[in-house]
Unconditional design. Structure first.
Length: 662
């Protein structure tokens, strides 16, 4: 009989071990410390941080999310979850199937170094927030040459102009992120990562600015624990899966109660809260992710970030709340690229969302404590400085105590210019030609870098922001050709009284239009042609100091002026009465005279030279006076004299005259 050969398919017993990646990780940790023989034969009893119920939810989420891996040419997924307050690992799924050798399922991806893509961006922005930058700081999402031929694009190939760091991070835009890394420095970003517990970034010279896009490898478990800082006031605890180790006799070899957990202040609490606030801002990220997405958890507010590496080799989602942080990775174990569109929000986020939702379904919402010193402040969007009345767009955001702006908006500014040529006004520019104009003094984040600056200026012109402030000084007026005038008479601090001539000498490079004269800022006359001499009567001006000004105006409307101090002295001279004439008709007589200055009018008369009678006073100041007397005795001799008192109270008297009525 023909011998039959049977192919025997030997499969591992899946029911013999639960959470194999976690179990073998614990074994490795124990072997490193106690040796393999002690681990295999010593009868150690280990109490871990692992939670069976949470583990099952993790496995279910990975299994459910893995159903669409094939359509994206992906073969594996991994998940790790930690208690952010303690660094304790509560669930670990190192691959979707530990026993699947075709995908190297026994490899624990949560402990393997993989490129994180944009999931690394929060660490770079946290570095920025440690410095002067803040969520409201504006970055220009525009094509940028970073040097060396490096000009990255955004995921969708679009450019969005000026965006706040809040919008740039929450929507995972690449160009603003690379700019942020350039501003803070690669070494500083790596230092932040190391402070947060990441150990794999050991070659800073290799990463360059691509680090912010995931150019350096990290372990999912370390990146997930690093996110603990964002939900735990900046504190990070060492990753720990073990609570207690006992020997076969029950002797406690190691124990890690809560009071022995040594959390480090890896990030300032204010900066940590800012990152949490940005990464949990569903409103801010809807520009890219929409309002309904797998990053929102009902009843909770999670700080979460997706990541996708070049050629779609890795898809990430990392984040959580003060109660639980979770990292999910999807890709191919051997690093083959997936299909286009296999990004973190499509493959990893649904797994993350299902696990977080199911695990925390009955948990109360928990939020990080807002630290002291953090304040909501309004700033001008473009300048990131305190707004002025010229700031067109004002935004409000969270500022750490060291980020609070003290300067005012210096982008939307008013500048004095010569209105004829638009150039910067100088001390020689006539005041009539100076006007204040509003300009937008916009520049890139690094104005001295052409690769940054040129595209920003081009964008500004293309969007109508082309009112850049002038840089050239007004040269149309100089000390040689600007309107100039000098009062030659009277002299500075001289006395003025009565009728006097005011003399001025004027010149103007653009020709003289006219010369105006002012006394105490009241115009008293003007001259169109030289000589510029004005006759003016100072009589009636108040005693004391006065300002006399001459102003020359050129053909452009520009002017120059000269002002001197003059004084009207106290008047002690009585009016001089002259040109007296008189006549009588019946019982009436008329008297005429003149005075050298305005004065009132009155006649004193009588039947004897002693006089004694007075006509009615005419108070109006005049220089030509007429007074009529009636009711006189006819054919009777009378004596009279003229009286005139000026504004200063000085009384002028004529001689005594006689007449006989008819």
């Amino acid at each position: 009989e023909k011998e039959k050969k049977e192919k025997i398919d030997v499969k591992p017993r899946r029911d013999l071990i639960t959470a194999p990646h976690f179990v073998f990780w614990i074994k490795e940790l124990l072997a490193e410390k106690y040796g393999e023989k002690m681990v295999d034969e010593g009868g150690l009893r280990v109490t871990t941080t692992w939670d069976l119920d949470i583990q099952r939810k993790a496995e279910e989420a990975v299994e459910a999310g893995s159903k669409k891996l094939d359509q994206y040419n992906a073969n594996n997924a991994a998940l790790v979850a930690l208690d952010p307050k303690r660094g304790q690992v509560v669930a670990m799924v190192g691959s979707k199937d530990y026993f699947n050798l075709d995908i190297d399922g026994n490899v624990n991806v949560t402990l393997s170094a993989r490129q994180p893509g944009s999931a690394f961006k929060p660490i770079v922005y946290a570095t920025a927030f440690k410095q002067k930058y803040n969520p409201a700081f504006t970055l220009f999402d525009l094509p940028t040459d970073f040097g060396g031929g490096y000009s990255p694009n955004n995921y969708d190939g679009n450019f969005r102009g000026p965006l706040t760091m809040r919008a740039a991070l929450s929507n995972s835009l690449n160009i603003p992120a690379v700019k942020t890394l350039a501003l803070v420095g690669v070494k500083n970003a790596i230092k932040t990562a190391e402070d947060l517990g990441i150990t794999t970034l050991t070659d800073p010279n290799r990463y360059g600015l691509a680090l912010v896009l995931g150019g350096g490898e990290v372990k999912p478990i370390e990146l997930t624990n690093a996110f603990s800082a964002f939900v735990a006031s900046g504190k990070v605890s060492p990753i720990n899966p073990i609570l207690k180790i006992e020997d076969r006799k029950g002797k406690v070899l190691e124990e890690y109660p809560d009071d022995k957990i040594k959390a480090s202040q890896a990030l300032d609490a204010q900066a940590a809260y800012q990152i949490y606030n940005v990464l949990s801002d569903s409103e801010a990220r809807k520009m890219i992710f929409g309002f309904t997405n797998a990053l929102n958890i009902a009843g909770h507010k999670a700080a979460v970030k997706t990541g996708t590496t070049q050629e779609y080799r890795d898809a990430w989602t990392v984040g959580g709340t003060p109660a639980l942080v979770t990292g999910v990775w999807v890709g191919n174990t051997r690093n083959e690229n997936m299909k286009k569109g296999a990004d973190g929000s499509v493959l990893a986020a649904p797994i993350w969302n299902r696990f977080m939702t199911e695990t925390m379904r009955t948990w109360g919402a928990e939020y990080p404590e807002r630290p002291a010193g953090l304040a909501e402040i309004e700033v001008d969007k473009l300048s990131n400085k305190l707004p002025t009345e010229h700031s067109p767009e004002i935004i409000k955001d969270l500022f750490a105590s060291w980020q609070v702006p003290k300067e005012k908006d210096n982008i939307h500014i008013k500048i004095k210019v010569n209105k004829l040529n638009g150039k910067l006004a100088t001390n020689d520019t006539p005041s009539e030609l100076i006007e204040e104009r509003l300009y937008t003094n916009i520049h890139s984040e690094l104005p001295n870098s052409p690769g940054w600056e040129n595209t920003v200026l081009e964008w500004a012109r293309g969007t109508g922001i082309n009112n850049f402030p002038p840089t050239e000084k007004d040269d149309s007026y100089t000390s040689q050709n600007k309107p100039n005038i000098n009062i030659s008479a009277p002299k500075e601090n001289g006395n003025v009284q009565g009728v006097m001539e005011i003399k001025a000498e004027a010149s103007a490079g653009y020709g003289i239009d006219n010369v105006e004269f002012y006394l105490d800022n009241n115009k008293i006359g003007e001259k169109k042609e030289p000589p510029f001499v004005l006759s003016f009567d100072f009589s009636g001006q108040s005693v004391g100091a006065h300002k006399l000004k001459a102003k020359v105006i050129d053909k452009n409307g520009g002017s120059g002026w000269h002002e001197i101090n003059v004084s009207v002295p106290a008047d002690s001279n009585p009016p001089v009465i002259s040109n007296i004439s008189y006549f009588a008709a019946g019982s009436t007589a008329a008297f005429h005279w003149t005075t050298n200055e305005p004065a009132d009018s009155q006649v004193e008369y009588g039947l004897t030279p002693a006089l004694g009678a007075f006509s009615i006073l005419t108070p109006t100041p005049l220089t030509a006076h007429v007074v009529e007397l009636g009711g006189l005795q006819v054919k009777t001799p009378y004596f009279f004299r003229a009286r005139s008192k000026d504004a200063a109270g000085n009384l002028g008297l004529s001689g005594i005259y006689s007449l006989t009525t008819q």
